[in-house]
Design a protein around this ligand. Sequence first.
Ligand SMILES: [Cu+2]
Length: 165
Amino acid sequence: MAPDRVSTAVDGPAAPPAAPPGAPGTARVVLAAALAGAALAGGVAWLVTPDRAAGPTTIAVTAHHSRFEPDRIKVKPNETVRFVVHNADPIDHEFIIGPPAVHELHERGTPHFHSGVTPGEITVPAGATVETSWTFGPSGSSNVLYGCHLAGHWDYGMHGLATIR
Ligand SMILES: [Cu+2]
C-alpha cells in the first residue's frame, strides 16, 4: 500500500467523503484522504511523488486527526510546488513549510494566523481547503519540513518532511 501518485484516477470509483456534504474540497483531496486512511490503517508512513506530467506540480495534503497525510514527500531541486491543503478535522490548523529555523520561530509563538501573504504559511480552518506555494532549494540544501505550530500540535506529530532530490 504505497501509492506514488495522488493526482491521477480522480474519475475512479467514488471515494467516501472526507468532509461533510457542502464542505469545500476537491476530488483530488478526497482521493488523497481515502488513500491516506488506507495507509494509516496499516500503520505505515507513506511517500508521495508529485505528478509532474501536466503543468505545475501540485501536492495534496490532508490534515486529519492532527497529522498531515502524507507526512513524507519527494520534490525536485529548485521546484515550485503548489500545496493544496485540506483540513478534515473539526479544529483549525496551520500549514507552515520551511527549513528548521522557520519552525523554531513559529514553535516559539509567532502569531498563529496566516493570511497567505507569506508563501508557505497558511491557516487552514476546520473543513476548509487552502493553497500555498513553496519553491524548494537546490539538491543538498537543508531539510524542508512542514507542520502545524498550534499549541501541542507539532509535538503530537503534526509535521512532515520534504526530501529534495
Ligand atoms: Cu494543527
